[in-house]
Ligand binder design. Structure first.
Ligand code: CDP
Length: 229
């Protein structure tokens, strides 16, 4: 069977990552969390006090940043920044509060997209993010665009944070999601938008297993047609 590329884009906290992880596990594909890469860059910028308005400093910093993923049977994958696991750190609010600003920077996007394309060379991947179907893999065989009501998204994100021992007020979660949606959809460089050939999945009212089944069904049909072609 031919291996395909599955691109999952959408707003923050719509269930992209959890769906992508599960679908990748079922298909025996590799899951790549592109958001974790932008979060890792943000963490590096925070820790090294990189000025977001100094392109020279940014380019120099990007040369020092090496992001890798390791499979972790418990939660899918762990993100490593220069050899150290940053999985916990990159999910914290201080990173969430800055990541969308960092993601507007052209130099950052160019560096991340190049790495993401390299990771997808072997195909057989499920990648989630904001510009995967539109910019990173415009020829992906399956493109999905996930949406959900704000309240549902905020509850889900708050629960995820609680599971990681982080107590965050629901209003603060909503505020962060709103701000990121706003920056992500209006930035000049590859803004978040639905690819013309993407299938929309609204996860507001469907159970997690249902949404995974639906994506696996769509993927299998694309795998069959790609193998026939
Ligand atoms: O998990 P959540 O939906 O909160 O976001 P994420 O996937 O971890 O991404 C964090 C941020 O990185 C987003 O709000 C975007 O600003 C940025 N991002 C991006 O610009 N392009 C991507 N392909 C993925 C993430």
């Amino acid at each position: 069977m031919r291996k395909i590329v599955i691109a999952i884009d959408g707003y923050s906290a719509c269930g992209k990552s959890s769906t992508a992880k599960e679908v990748a596990a079922i298909l025996g594909y590799r899951y790549i969390d592109s958001g974790a890469m932008y979060r890792a860059v943000t963490l590096y910028f925070l820790e090294h006090h990189i000025s977001l308005t100094n392109p020279k400093e940014i380019i120099k910093a990007l040369e020092q940043i090496h992001i890798t993923f390791k499979v972790n049977p418990k939660n899918g994958t762990d993100t490593f920044l220069n050899g150290l696991s940053v999985e916990k750190e990159i999910r914290k609010m201080r990173v969430s509060e800055m990541v969308s600003q960092v993601s507007t920077i052209k130099e950052v996007r160019v560096a991340m997209v190049e790495q993401q394309r390299r990771m997808g060379k072997e195909r057989g991947i499920v990648m989630d993010g904001r510009d995967i179907g539109t910019v990173v893999f415009p020829a992906a065989e399956l493109k999905l665009f996930m949406v959900a009501d704000m309240q549902v998204r905020a509850y889900r994100r708050q629960k995820e944070l609680l599971d990681r021992d982080q107590m965050v007020d629901l209003d603060d979660v909503i505020e962060n999601i709103r701000q990121r949606d706003q920056i992500d959809t209006t930035r000049a460089e590859s803004p978040l938008r639905q690819a013309e050939d993407a299938i929309v999945i609204d996860t507001t009212h469907i159970a997690f297993d249902e949404q995974v089944d639906e994506v696996v069904r769509l993927a299998l049909s694309k795998i069959v047609s790609a193998s026939r072609a």
